[in-house]
Write a protein that binds this ligand. Structure first.
Ligand code: UT7
Length: 337
């Protein structure tokens, strides 16, 4: 494998200067779910680590959540929305088929100078977004960008399917990335992978060009997320372990050098198993799934924001963000915070 640590350093670094998150006020606890489907708080807690998830109301959309998270990140970075050069929204529950969710965020923020787009890489969307924007900043093409992960997964959840409805929640997280030339802080390394052969493991098939809304569905359940839980479970552990190992090797660092590993929050047991295989002590692994469930592209930036706000990550610490999800897709970023 090429080792970028041996390659010449880029002229600029992409540094996180602001972060924020937002979740809808309404929540749904395990006990309430147990009144809707044949499950229990005990089963959900022991199998997933989830206790409660946030749920949007009818009037709360993905762009709304994204905008609220973005405002917090911009305030922290002290960056005027009018100065933002790029907005990327990672989501699999966009505002509408088109235009992009990012267009609505631009409008709400009055970020008139920015160019904007959505990114579809499911739970890996935010990590993919950082990787892509890193290239623009390191090359000198951009001075700043807003990267948001935002989802309203409860709008595509089958509330009669106990194997999936217990897992998902709504929310958004955002970061501001800015160009710095001192080289001490910023994204050190990013990696992205995918395996389209396994698309059936996790999907929501309607409505797209294969199943347009204008045609009756052969199976009405295709409007909901469908998951092969066991397959995803095994693949997730394998890919998280491989990807973190790749990052350590590429950056010439050991687990002792890492301040915190923040994984996509898909199941506490998946994160714990992967950490155990890697040999990472539990105090270096951030888990907040109990309060949010799986929020797909929003989960890594929400966890990152909470990790910093609760004092578990400090300026200068090395953090690894790692994600795995539908596609299948997976990837990671190594960042000196
Ligand atoms: O971010 C990527 C998206 N995330 C995922 O795709 C999730 C990844 N997979 C998982 O997190 C886990 O596989 C699940 C939490 C979905 C399932 O946990 P598991 O330990 O793999 O359970 P299982 O599917 O092997 O099912 C065990 C038993 C089954 O009953 P039998 O056949 O043993 O009698 C299920 O029918 O648990 C039953 N079961 C439930 N029982 C109570 C499945 N869902 C539930 C439920 N409540 N909600």
């Amino acid at each position: 494998m090429d080792n970028p640590a041996k390659a010449p350093s880029p002229c600029y670094r992409a540094v996180i200067t602001g972060h924020g998150s937002f979740a809808p006020e309404k929540t749904l606890a395990n006990d309430e779910l147990a009144r809707m489907v044949d499950t229990s708080d005990e089963w959900i807690t022991t199998r997933t680590g989830i206790k409660v998830r946030h749920v949007t109301t009818e009037n709360e959309s993905t762009a709304f959540l994204a905008t609220e998270a973005a405002k917090r990140a911009l305030a922290e970075a002290r960056l005027d929305p009018a100065q933002v050069e790029l907005i990327v929204v990672a989501t699999i529950t966009p505002e509408m088929v088109f235009p992009s969710t990012a267009s609505f965020v631009q409008r709400a923020l009055k970020a008139n100078r920015a160019w904007v787009f959505d990114l579809s890489a499911a739970c890996s969307g935010f990590v993919y977004g950082l990787s892509i924007v890193q290239q623009f900043i390191e090359s000198g093409r951009l001075k700043n960008a807003l990267i948001i992960g935002a989802e309203t997964l409860t709008k595509i959840t089958d509330w009669t399917d106990r194997t999936s409805c217990i897992l998902f929640g709504d929310g958004a997280g955002a970061v501001v990335l800015q160009r710095a030339d001192d080289g001490r802080r910023g994204i050190l390394y990013s990696t992205m992978h995918s395996d389209g052969e396994r698309w059936e493991a996790l999907n929501c098939q309607a409505y797209g060009s294969r199943h347009p809304a204008s045609r009756e569905l052969d199976d009405p359940k295709k409007i909901y997320m469908q998951i092969k839980g066991r397959e995803v479970y095994q693949q997730a552990i394998r890919r998280i372990v491989e990807t973190v190992d790749e990052c350590l090797h590429a950056c010439d660092v050991t687990l002792d050098d890492i301040g915190m590993i923040i994984s996509h929050q898909m199941n506490a047991r998946i994160i714990e198993s992967a950490s155990k295989r890697l040999g990472v002590p539990q105090d270096k692994v951030f888990i907040n799934i109990a309060e949010y469930g799986n929020t797909s592209a929003a989960s890594v930036p929400i966890a990152f924001d909470e990790c910093v706000r609760t004092g578990r990550l400090e300026r200068g610490d090395i953090v690894v963000l790692v994600a795995f999800g539908a596609g299948l897709t997976w990837g990671a970023n190594v960042i000196v915070f």
